[in-house]
Design a protein around this ligand. Structure first.
Ligand code: AHG
Ligand code: MN
Ligand code: MN
Length: 335
């Protein structure tokens, strides 16, 4: 069905019928994300010119204020979704509260909400290292036609209808799932089209890469310390290789292709770790499971966690199935 010459636009049309609800709204939503991603990609690519065109906080030649890239990305994604009148609500890492969208047409029929990390790994921008955008989509639970409420956003990850990320790397890719596997599309910047370069992506069941900020080792729970020592032992295919980019999207992307585990555990400093459940962990967990991988907080499946707050944090272990299960084993033993 899928072939590598296929563009994202063609793929969306061809696969629309397999969505659970086939109004075309979800297709239009993915379309807006691919558009906003192109605009953000263009801006991210210019980041190295910052000394020439002005840094965040400066005023550029047009008299416009230069924005930080995460603010810029936030505005672009929100604007695109609002202008195209596609969703009824948006929550973002960059916004304290969710945004309710009053659609222009009086019927107000939009039924999806989007949660987004507009620029993930933003500290990598200044050093020319890959960053990303993460998004998560739900059907609202409150009645269509009324303003969205917090409960439309605080849904368990297992209710997601779509999730994905954009990686602004050596190439720009859009990787997403609507619950029928994971597909990756690479942007050809010369013509502005995305092509299906990575159909049906799958985590290898086993891997040899572990990704964790080991500088925090001393603060990690005993189970994590034990698992890290296990990764470093000489036995069978171990020691594993350590790789940590410090941008979840990039670390996840590499591990999905090569096989590996990503961990951001809790520590004695951050009792819930650092990553955000709703727009970092849930979408990545949905993608991981759709790609034959696994994601947990050390004990519980990420997608089964009941959210209580928009910006809540959660410990995160994600990647190749056997590696995540091994980490869980160590967590349990040390409890
Ligand atoms: P963001 O740039 O959206 O704030 O996210 C950064 C996150 C994640 O992408 C990355 O893996 C992690 O923070 C890195 O944290 P440490 O620097 O603490 O390792
Ligand atoms: Mn992030
Ligand atoms: Mn961010």
């Amino acid at each position: 069905m899928s072939n590598k010459n296929q563009t994202l636009g063609e793929f969306i049309i061809e696969n629309q019928a397999s969505f659970k609800y086939t109004s075309g709204e979800l297709s239009r939503l993915i379309n807006s994300i691919r558009l906003a991603a192109k605009v953000v990609n263009h801006e991210v690519n210019k980041a190295g010119l910052v000394d020439i065109i002005g840094a965040a906080g400066d005023t550029n030649v047009q008299g416009e204020d230069q924005q930080k890239l995460d603010v810029y990305a936030n505005d672009k994604f929100i604007q695109t979704l609002i202008n195209r009148n596609i969703v009824c609500g948006i929550a973002s890492e960059e916004e304290d509260d969710f945004i309710a969208i009053n659609s222009q047409d009086e019927n107000h029929q939009n039924k999806y909400v989007v949660l987004i990390d507009p620029l993930d790994g933003s500290s990598n921008i200044d050093v020319n290292v890959s960053v990303g955008t993460i998004f998560s989509v739900y059907r609202r639970v409150t009645p269509v036609g009324t303003p969205v409420q917090i409960e439309d956003f605080l849904q368990k990850g297992n209710q997601q209808v779509a999730a994905g990320y954009v990686i602004y790397g050596t190439s720009t890719m859009l990787v997403y799932t609507t619950g029928h596997g994971v597909n990756g599309f690479t942007l050809n910047p010369a013509i502005g089209s995305y092509y299906l370069s990575h159909p049906n992506m799958q985590f290898p069941e086993d891997g040899k890469i572990y990704s964790v900020n080991e500088g925090n080792y001393i603060h990690f729970p005993q189970g994590v310390k034990d698992y890290i020592k296990y990764c470093q032992e000489e036995e069978g295919d171990r020691p594993y290789t350590s790789r940590y980019i410090g941008s979840l999207v990039s670390d996840f992307h590499r591990n999905m292709i090569k096989g590996g585990i990503y961990m951001y555990p809790k520590s004695s400093k951050n009792s819930n770790g650092k990553l955000r459940l709703l727009y970092e962990c849930n979408p990545m967990a949905f993608l991981a499971e759709q790609a034959n991988g696994k994601a947990c907080d050390g004990f519980t499946r990420i997608l089964d966690i009941e959210p209580t707050e928009l910006h809540q944090r959660v410990p995160f272990f994600c990647g190749s199935k056997n590696m995540v299960e091994k980490a869980e084993e160590f967590m349990k033993k040390a409890q």
